[in-house]
Design a protein around this ligand. Structure first.
Ligand code: GYE
Length: 306
């Protein structure tokens, strides 16, 4: 390198750090923002990023991780599409002496020495926030409130946890009833398709709880096509707070959004550097998040980064 190049963007010891990152896919607005954050911050940190997109399939992620091991990258980071089934490949990385960092989604491995840290949101907490808003809204209800749920990818940490947290909180009011619950795989297309089926099967839907904005946005299309008003005829709650979701909220089509921050890149690069430097790092790094009503979404929209 020329003397001027790399002054601020190369690893101090002279050797560039190579990071292998196995991404879930490109299923949602959240994921697009997350990928950009990781790519931008790897560049800013001066790391060489080997990036792979698993198209929402665990087998593809396992292949990518094995290829990172073969290429002897310095650190492997990934966002596990589902929670189970990682022990074997994580053990292979450990045996090869390559540290692993989990971002965004967790694994259910009992052996926590298989990874250095998990950086991401508390999805149970997100589900609880969604549930609490509903409990408050219907605190005086004297009749049943019929809820349909669009779950995220089956077996994924955010789908499992957002469901569990929500259920736990709404259990305090027996009028709050989940009458149908199905996966929409975190995508707009599936959200629309499943909502169409819900509307056909149930004439009396009061509330939609979608595990992400994209599924809510797909469902809004189905609701409008059925001649109903999203946000009025059917109350809608979702998670993420990406731009398109916040826009729908500011128009009153989504009533409440729980924020899930996708900008994990800077924290991830810090953790990578610390691991390479042999420093101790916290085993759990939780992202800070808030919530938005329609009114708050309108205010926050102009300054939204993603
Ligand atoms: O909420 C959803 C995405 O794992 C937190 O995955 C992430 C979720 C996010 O597809 O939109």
């Amino acid at each position: 390198a020329s003397p001027s190049a790399g002054a601020s963007s190369e690893a101090p010891a002279g050797k560039t750090i190579t990071l292998g990152f196995a991404q879930v896919g490109a299923e949602s607005g959240w994921r697009t923002a997350n990928t950009k954050s990781i790519q931008d911050s790897a560049k800013n940190a001066g790391f060489e990023l080997k990036f792979s997109d698993a198209q929402q399939k665990q087998e593809n992620q396992i292949k990518a991780i094995r290829s990172f091991i073969q290429q002897k990258v310095d650190v492997i980071a990934f966002s596990p599409v589902v929670e189970s089934g990682w022990d074997t490949v994580l053990k292979e990385a450990k045996d090869a002496g390559i540290p692993v960092i989990l971002t965004d989604r967790a694994v259910d491995s009992k052996d926590t020495t298989l990874y250095k840290t998990f950086i991401g949101s508390d999805f149970v907490e997100e589900g609880k926030k969604a549930g609490q808003w509903l409990v408050d809204k219907y605190k005086d209800a004297s009749e049943d409130v019929n809820i349909v749920e669009l779950q995220g990818t089956t077996g994924s940490a955010p789908a499992n946890d957002r469901k569990a947290g929500f259920q736990e909180v709404i259990a305090s009011n027996p009028h709050l009833k989940i009458i149908a619950s199905q996966t929409g795989d975190f995508t707009r297309a599936k959200g629309k398709e499943v909502m169409q089926a819900f509307l056909k099967a149930h004439k009396d839907i009061d509330v939609l709880y979608a595990h992400n904005d994209d599924m809510a946005l797909g469902a809004i299309q189905a609701i409008e096509a059925a001649g109903l008003k999203p946000g009025e005829d059917i109350v809608i709650i979702s998670v993420d707070a990406v731009k398109d979701g916040m826009t729908a909220a500011s128009e009153g089509k989504i009533n409440f959004i729980v924020e899930c921050n996708p900008l994990l890149g800077p924290q991830l690069m810090e953790a990578v550097q610390a691991v390479v430097d042999g420093k101790e790092i916290e085993p759990r790094i939780v992202t800070k998040e808030t919530t938005f009503t329609s009114e708050q979404a309108k205010e926050a929209l102009p300054s939204r980064e993603y």
